[in-house]
Design a binder for this molecule. Structure first.
Ligand SMILES: Nc1ncnc2c1ncn2[C@@H]1O[C@H](COP(=O)(O)OP(=O)(O)OP(=O)(O)O)[C@@H](O)[C@H]1O
Length: 668
């Protein structure tokens, strides 16, 4: 076997589940199943464009766990700046100069990283002090030695190298880059901005503290029915917000957009998906035209509003000056996702009726007037209560994050955002593919729970989606049945990414007040600040139980009650089964001592009463999802390979999933 390559054998396999044929690669010598296919230069896993599933490539070295290994590889990948967009031979694993095998590039439509900045363009930026959370702009003229940096969304920060600075920002700041926010002072605002800025309805929907940073997150305790966890802020940690390339999300460099300094053109790296080039969120704001306009800037409005809401701006991005020029320069190569860049109007759609209203916005069913295609329009809630509105406080970061992440993903189990459109009164809508149901609403109407084969079909799709998110370093942080959509083709899709965030290695402290209470992992309930993908897997366990019985598994009324309900069924955890448990902030409380795991009683292997049954293998999977110790909790990848899915009854194929009447009747 050649050094630096994994010897693979290839066979053509049919994935009945996704109805596709793939080249299946299997490592010969050591028998490590690569489980991937390579098509058009894109690495696929289970049929979806994939990249970084280094887990499958884990080799035992240096005593690292697979996850450690994966992060190490990804870190290395980002540091070496390996260009994974270049095509590989079938089955070839990318490697760095020193021959180390690298995980392939992340499997996104494009990276949600924002953009680099050319400093030659004469746009004056005035630095204002602001707190050190997300949405901070800084420039090389500040004391930051590494050049312009933009922090936006979930703590992703990008530094443009000195050679690579592009759209120009001239800072007059003496402040260190960590504390300098930039405000456009050239006084010109485009029509596009004007569209986004004026007054918005000022209803009070939720506590403003929801949009606050780390400190505020700690105190936020707004009472919501089943969720106290609606955390718009992912400036969870001030440190987080200032992650640099070196410290930040491993692998994110791979799709970073490049700008030509001379021509101010946006260049897209050759990430090819489905034969067409994908687009970057950054490109929606990038500059075009020989005149070198700065076509878009996000400005952080510092705590200078004089209304006593210091720091609350941290989670709002004000979108300025979005030029219509952008459209021309990149439309030809984009996949119709040029959000906020020459937005189309919502009047391109015929609104039919309201589907639902979530915390962050109303969702409507509509028809695309051009194509007749049904879509879902999610109205972005711009106002955050009180007297604050978009003009003053900018675009809610939670919405920006949701748009950003959703538009950067491409997976059958993740709801597709088609575009963002503007309505009257400067409302903003996300246009999504229309799905007839959400699982919560559906189960409330169903007389019987899903059958075992239907649950398997839904669980496989859910796990595929979660695996994809985790492979791409994203935690959903709010998986629950109302965020799982189902259409009449039997397709399940994850929605609502308002809580999601990117994570990196090493893990940073994040807020523990995430995930709707009933689906919240015990480590979060006990106040853990460092958590990872396992929190989503706990939610998946709760969802599996709910799909089997049609009833939420743990219906707590508050955090303590939630823990009590979990302990009563799974037994009270101890240091023995969960090393580190006793050190968690909440572990000192006087909990009910229940020594036994009674989960099997709830999900018996046989039943004479018609209540749902679960085979030993099914119970094994459920148990592994609802494992206390997050380190031992099963991963999405491992769950996908669980033998339960291979035992009869086999997962129903999507085409044979039952269809249901639409949840919401068209009202006109
Ligand atoms: N693409 C879609 N097609 C059909 N219905 C949808 C779609 N997206 C969302 N919905 C419906 O709207 C509801 C709310 O959507 P979503 O969860 O995205 O909003 P939210 O404001 O973030 O809500 P939440 O309070 O759950 O956080 C969903 O539970 C679902 O019923």
């Amino acid at each position: 076997m050649a050094a630096g390559r994994i010897d693979v054998s290839r066979r053509r396999v049919y994935d009945g589940y996704s109805n596709k044929y793939f080249d299946h690669y299997r490592k010969g010598a050591r028998g490590v199943d690569l489980n991937r296919a390579v098509e058009h230069g894109v690495v696929y896993k289970n049929g979806y464009p994939i990249s970084s599933n280094a887990r499958n490539l884990c080799v035992q070295r240096s005593g690292l766990s697979c996850r450690d290994e994966e992060r190490e590889l990804a870190d290395l990948q980002s540091r070496t700046g390996l260009d994974h967009s270049s095509r590989l031979e079938d089955g070839e694993i990318p490697k760095s100069d020193d021959g180390i095998q690298m995980p392939p590039a992340k499997k996104r439509k494009f990276s949600p990283i924002i953009w680099d900045i050319e400093d030659k363009v004469a746009t004056k930026i005035r630095a204002v002090p602001t707190s050190t959370t997300s949405s901070t702009f800084s420039s090389s003229h500040g004391t930051c030695s590494r050049g312009p940096k933009i922090v936006l969304d979930a703590g992703i920060t990008k530094h443009a190298s000195q050679e690579n600075q592009h759209i120009g920002l001239e800072s007059v700041s003496d402040k260190p880059c960590e504390t300098a926010g930039l405000v456009d002072t050239n006084g010109t605002e485009s029509e596009s901005l004007a569209k986004l800025s004026p007054s918005f309805p000022r209803e009070k929907h939720r506590d403003d503290s929801q949009e606050q940073g780390e400190g505020e997150e700690e105190e936020f305790a707004e009472a919501r029915n089943i969720s106290m966890s609606r955390w718009a802020s992912d400036s969870d940690s001030p440190k987080d917000a200032n992650l640099s390339d070196d410290e930040g999300i491993p692998g994110e460099n791979t799709h970073r957009k490049e700008f030509s300094a001379e021509r101010m053109e946006c260049h897209r790296e050759a990430l090819v998906i489905d034969g067409s080039r994908s687009s970057g969120f950054s490109e929606r704001y990038c500059s075009s035209g020989e005149d070198g306009d700065v076509v878009s800037k996000l400005k952080n409005v510092g705590p200078v509003n004089g209304d006593g809401f210091q720091g609350e701006n941290d989670n709002f991005i004000q979108i300025d000056d979005i030029s219509s020029h952008v459209e021309e320069s990149i439309a030809s190569t984009q996949r119709g996702l040029n959000m906020l860049q020459g937005c189309r109007s919502v009047y391109e759609y015929e609104k039919l009726h309201e589907i639902n209203e979530g915390t962050y916005g109303k969702v409507y069913k509509a028809i695309d007037k051009r194509t007749g295609e049904p879509v879902a329009l999610k109205k972005v809630k711009m106002d955050v209560g009180g007297d604050r509105n978009l003009e003053e406080y900018g675009f809610p970061l939670s919405s920006l994050r949701e748009i950003n992440i959703l538009s950067s993903f491409y997976h059958p189990s993740i709801v597709n955002v088609k575009e963002v459109v503007m309505g009257s009164l400067d409302s903003v809508f996300m246009v999504m593919e229309y799905m007839e149901h959400d699982l919560k609403g559906l189960m409330q109407k169903m007389k019987q729970p899903f059958s075992t084969s239907e649950v398997k079909c839904l669980m496989l799709q859910l796990l595929e989606g979660v695996d994809y998110l985790h492979d791409n370093w994203v935690l959903h942080r709010d998986l629950k049945t109302s965020n799982l959509l189902l259409n009449n083709q039997g397709e399940l899709k994850i929605c609502d990414f308002g809580m999601s965030r990117q994570y990196g290695s090493p893990l940073k402290p994040y807020t523990s007040l995430v995930v709707t209470l009933w689906y919240r992992a015990p480590e979060l309930l006990l106040g853990a600040k460092q958590y990872s993908t396992a929190i989503d897997m706990w939610s998946v366990g709760c969802i599996m139980a709910e799909l089997l019985t049609k009833e939420p598994l743990f219906k707590g009324k508050g955090e303590i009650d939630q823990l009590g309900k979990i302990f009563r069924i799974l037994g009270t955890p101890s240091e023995t089964i969960w090393p580190g448990f006793s050190k968690l902030p909440g572990a000192k409380a006087n909990f009910v001592q229940q020594p036994y795991n009674l989960l099997r009683k709830k999900f018996p292997a046989t039943s004479f009463t018609g209540s749902p049954v679960l085979s030993d293998l099914g119970f094994d999977l459920l148990n592994k999802l609802l494992t206390y110790d997050p380190e031992k909790r099963i991963t999405a990848d491992a769950a996908l390979n669980h033998p339960w899915f291979h035992e009869v009854p086999l997962p129903k194929s999507k085409e044979f999933m039952p269809t249901f009447p639409p949840q919401y009747v068209k009202k006109r």
